[in-house]
Design a protein around this ligand. Sequence first.
Ligand code: 13P
Length: 258
Amino acid sequence: MPERTPLISGNWKMNLNHFEATALLDKLRYLLTKEDTESVDVSVHPPFTDIRTVQTFLESEKVPIAIGAQNCHWEANGAYTGEVSPVFLAKLNVSYVIVGHSERRQLFGDTDVIVQRKVGAVFAHGMTPILCCGETLAEREAGAAHGIVTGQIHAGIDALKPDQVASMVIAYEPIWAIGTGQTASAADAQEACGWIRAKVAEMKGAEAAAAVRIQYGGSVKSSNVAELMGQPDIDGALVGGASLEAEEFARIIQFRLA
Ligand code: 13P
């Protein structure tokens, strides 16, 4: 079975200007040891307006944290007022792009078709998509969670080759757990992530399923990360609120010490 290096990602959402971003990363680099960043991949996903500053800081200080984005457009250039090209992100050494976050799906109309295009564009420009999926509370209570998540995964990966799927990241983020303080239990999170891996195996084969990294997201904190990361099909965390504070995010990255 391939070794899946854990990936802990901080999704800052619409928080922290470029000065605040530098201050947070400056603290974070002193809190993390060489062993931390050798055993765990770490990415931060600042607002677009911070990315150039974050890139300059991380590269000049040689901090082994990958740069991520929260979204992008699917076209390389054109008359798309207000959008950001994946080409521009790649030029800033962005490694990971979150695609299909539930806030984008619910508030900004990102449909499965749009998500599919964005995943393709991220790959086309040499970056790695973090494809988000997850059900609402109403869908879960109606027993529809598996169907919803399966549909989102289908749309996101159908057009991809197995080796692309092997190299990407899928984030299971149940919407009822995002920003609510109500984390999915480790058992529920494992059940969903195991289901996702099984679906990937059906769609793209056992090798892709064994290699794809699956993150859990939704109220991840230093107090619950170790138990979540102890589950066999959970390979990382997509962290919102708790990534905005250096000490707390460092403790999450150091989940093995908990
Ligand atoms: P919280 O960690 O704030 O619940 O947010 C999760 C999330 O949406 C990460 O993408």
